[in-house]
Design a protein. Sequence first.
Length: 79
Amino acid sequence: YRSRAGGNEWEALTHGLPQSNCYVNVLRDAMAVDSLEDCGIYFGTTGGQVYGSADAGDTWAPIVRDLPAVLSVEVQTLQ
């Protein structure tokens, strides 16, 4: 979900993410953002997947699958 109204309104961000039979958690330390415009967002799951969005969450794509549980994610922006 994303809010651009201070939490008063929320929109679901599901394009490119599993919609059924997906029972994983995302831990607080397993989400990171980069400093680019549009903001890149990345998260890892307890099921061993890492997903990324290069457009502030509008669309998502898997980066890697079949890892052990992802407990933290770090992002380094190279320029």
